[in-house]
Design a protein around this ligand. Structure first.
Ligand SMILES: [Ca+2]
Length: 303
């Protein structure tokens, strides 16, 4: 599969019944519940701390809608359709609210501009609607192909804004961007948006298209959904301790030979055998063989 993309026109929530150990024998089934109707390609959902009654829904075409106390508001929170190229894997791809949004009303969007390139832009709101004239661009990268644009924004446990970037597109990473440090493609970046002149710092590389990732709210660990090619999809895991290491060590301004590679390769936790033909040709999907770096092998505990 080239890329996972939500295209539902209904926004659903999973009604998950939490069951304590004493009742663990008979868990209730998970069932979907309709939260809102009438949305146009809702591909991301977020909410700032301190606004329990409001959900912000990113529509791919370039708008952010608000669901307030269960009701979809007619007036968009943000409308930048005139700046966005939408369709396929392009569009307004995510929103992240500043950890102190309640005080400063700052938020961040990742979108494909009308030339097909990636922009991450800071906006400020008046508390109810975005102020479009407040736009401050923080991140830009040319996109060689229409697909694999990444697009996830999220604040990490360190207060940094994390930015997911795909390998640029086509198939099989033809320009080897996953192992190239002269561009921002195929990587996750982090940025101190509180700095006077925020600069992206390399956090992870060798990714294919980290279309979505999220941080464990309890531990701060990072889980990355990275798309595969023809056989495998994968979820990559970066423990919190790793996030705090090597700030600036893997700067793209340094040659790859200067990078400090000190961690351990973690093979997929679950997998299925490669096709016989792949072994005969001695070719296997590149995206499943490249490593992410870990301080130690990790075993996930299924719940
Ligand atoms: Ca692209």
């Amino acid at each position: 599969m080239s890329c996972s993309r939500a295209s539902a026109f209904l926004l659903l929530a999973l009604g998950l019944a939490l069951v304590g150990p004493a009742q663990a024998a008979a868990p209730k089934p998970i069932r979907p519940v309709v939260v809102a109707r009438g949305l146009d390609s809702p591909i991301h959902l977020a909410a700032p701390a301190g606004e329990p009654g409001r959900l912000y829904v990113v529509e791919q075409k370039g708008t952010i809608r608000v669901i307030q106390n269960g009701r979809l508001q007619a007036q968009p929170f943000l409308d930048i359709q005139n700046l966005v190229r939408s369709g396929g894997e392009q569009g307004l791809l995510s929103v992240a609210f500043h950890p102190r949004y309640a005080q400063n009303h700052l938020f961040y969007v990742d979108y494909t501009d009308t030339n097909g390139d990636t922009r991450v832009v800071e906006y400020r709101s008046d508390g109810t609607r975005a102020i479009e004239s407040s736009a401050r661009q923080l991140f830009f990268e040319k996109q060689p192909f229409a697909n694999h644009n990444g697009g996830q924004l999220a604040f990490g446990p360190d207060g940094m804004l994390y930015i997911g970037m795909g390998d640029g597109g086509s198939g099989g990473d033809p320009n080897n961007n996953g192992q190239t440090f002269t561009n921002k493609l195929a990587k996750i970046w982090k940025m101190d948006v509180n700095a006077a002149n925020p600069q992206p710092v390399l956090a992870e590389y060798g990714l294919r298209n980290p279309w979505r990732f999220s941080f464990d709210r309890a531990t701060g660990d990072l889980y990355i959904a990275d798309v595969g090619q023809g056989a495998w999809e994968e979820v990559d895991y970066v423990p919190r301790a790793r996030l705090d290491q090597d700030d600036g060590e893997a700067s793209p301004s340094k040659a790859p030979g200067q990078l400090r590679v000190e961690s351990h390769l973690l093979y997929p936790l679950t997998h299925r055998p490669l096709p016989r033909a792949a072994w005969r040709r001695k070719t296997w999907p590149y995206c499943e063989t490249r490593p992410l770096w870990h301080p130690a092998p990790v075993k996930l505990n299924p719940r």
